[in-house]
Design a protein around this ligand. Structure first.
Ligand code: HEM
Ligand code: HEM
Length: 163
């Protein structure tokens, strides 16, 4: 039997995707932009809100929902899906945490130094890593759509299968 995710799960999935896209579009282009105190405050509020929503989503998904992967999916594939999902949560959280630390450091008057550089490196690494995982995730979703096993339609509101 084909099981879809709850409406709440879909709102979390696409809402976090939209917030993330917004964060990417609005990204800080240069550390000196943080001189603008309003931008600095906005970035800190945004990253905190993002982190909170991500944490609530994680708890909600773990406690109420299960993967739409068919029962007979191989162990390796189940494991790979789990790793990619956990990896996305972790890298998204790391982007926000490292961003917050950069912001708080800057706010406290430490505007450059080894720690700032390390945090910036971590911030940029987690951004690149999240892109890689999201590409793998989207390709895997398309693979399931072509297999017509119900995984795509459990989460995606368009190009749905007739099941
Ligand atoms: C690019 C378009 C996307 C498509 C087509 C897509 C599709 C899907 C599908 C079909 C599932 C269900 C998988 C299953 O039941 O095992 C799913 C789950 C999931 N997706 Fe996506 N997704 C997309 C973007 C994203 C983005 C941008 C993120 C992270 C920011 C993300 C994070 C997740 C996570 C973590 C799950 C596991 C369920 C959960 O814990 O929320 N997805 N996605
Ligand atoms: C969820 C929240 C955030 C997202 C999605 C995000 C996203 C990004 C992205 C995509 C980049 C470009 C990375 C690259 O070029 O490889 C970037 C760079 C940067 N971000 Fe963030 N960021 C977030 C939070 C923050 C916060 C809270 C701060 C500090 C207040 C911050 C400060 C910076 C700085 C200083 C750079 C580097 C600019 C440079 O190259 O000089 N970010 N961020």
């Amino acid at each position: 039997m084909f099981m879809a995710y709850s409406v709440t799960a879909k709102i979390f999935h696409w809402g976090v995707a939209a917030l993330f896209a917004y964060g990417i579009i609005k990204q800080v282009g240069d550390i000196n932009q943080l001189e603008d105190i309003e931008l600095l405050k906005f970035e800190i509020v945004f990253a905190t809100t993002f982190l909170l929503i991500l944490a609530i989503r994680f708890i909600y998904m773990r406690t109420t929902q299960t993967s739409a992967l068919p029962e007979d999916t191989g162990l390796f594939q189940k494991f790979a899906a789990r790793i990619v999902h956990l990896g996305m949560y972790s890298s998204l959280a790391l982007i926000a945490i490292s961003g917050l630390m950069i912001g708080l450091l800057y706010y406290s008057g430490y505007k450059d130094g080894l720690l700032n550089d390390a945090l910036l490196g971590l911030h940029e690494f987690s951004v690149s890593f999240s892109y890689l995982l999201i590409i793998i995730h989207a390709l895997a979703a398309i693979y399931h759509r072509l297999k017509k096993d119900g995984v795509w339609s459990a989460m995606v509101p368009f190009w749905r299968e007739n099941i």
